[in-house]
Design a protein around this ligand. Structure first.
Ligand code: ADP
Length: 222
């Protein structure tokens, strides 16, 4: 199964991805997580990436495509399935992804689009907390940890992402509307797009997705 998760920031891509990954045993490739890991190092590249992310801007296409190319071309075996979360985000990245997959003799099965209301997005993003150790995602009111600020799974410390503030969210939403949303048409034309209601609870979305996959057996081919 080779899929892309699309949707605005705060649509719940990461939470849904965690359930899909465990259930279908496919790789979860989150470009946001990869970039944040890179930022945690001290290097000129880390400083460059930080200068984009902290203001909610996209990192350049060439940089992110190189990272994704390495993961998909050298990091996975051809028969292994994956779920891309946070890539592609521009028309150029969508075309680059097709080229990368063509090179490895494969193509996408599906693009899952989480259509989400604007008012929910800000609430979800400003209340979001992430585990520093295992990157599990929590929300202070929708999905709080059992012990405040401690991860239920690995007991790691929870923190708020530096770019999860109202100001940066505005920029990220504008970029989504102008740059990312138009690629939905690209996938619609290629008959790959499946839109779901991102306002729903993650568990409901997950159950609907499992049912969708069961009804479309071609997803089980890899
Ligand atoms: P969200 O979906 O909540 O915006 P992500 O974790 O996917 O969060 O991304 C965080 C940030 O990382 C983005 O705002 C952007 O700066 C950078 N980023 C992630 N993926 C890409 C990409 N494909 N192209 C350019 N920048 C990216």
């Amino acid at each position: 199964m080779k899929i892309v998760l699309l949707g605005p920031p705060g649509a719940g891509k990461g939470s849904l991805a965690a359930l899909i990954k465990d259930h279908f045993k496919i790789w979860h490739i989150s470009t946001g997580d990869i970039l944040r890991e890179e930022i945690s190092k001290v290097s000129p590249l880390a400083a460059e990436i930080k200068s984009y992310i902290e203001y909610g801007n996209l990192v350049p296409d060439t940089l992110i495509t190189k990272i994704v190319d390495q993961k998909l071309t050298y990091g996975l075996r051809p028969e292994e399935g994956f779920m891309l979360d946070g890539y592609p985000r521009t028309a150029a990245q969508a075309e680059d992804l097709d080229k990368i997959l063509k090179k490895t003799g494969s193509s996408l099965d599906l693009v899952l689009d989480l259509e989400t209301s604007l008012n929910l997005i800000v609430k979800r993003i400003t209340g979001r907390r992430i585990c520093r150790k295992c990157r599990a995602v929590y929300h202070i009111s929708n999905h709080p940890p059992k012990v405040a600020n401690i991860c239920d799974t690995c007991q790691g410390a929870l923190h708020q992402r530096a770019d999860d503030n109202e100001e940066t969210v505005k920029t990220r939403m504008e970029i989504y509307a102008h740059t990312t949303a138009p690629i939905l048409d690209y996938y619609r034309k290629h008959d790959k797009l499946h839109t779901i209601d991102g306002d729903e609870e993650t568990l409901v979305l997950f159950q609907e997705f499992v049912q969708f996959v069961n009804e479309n057996k071609e997803f089980h081919k890899n």
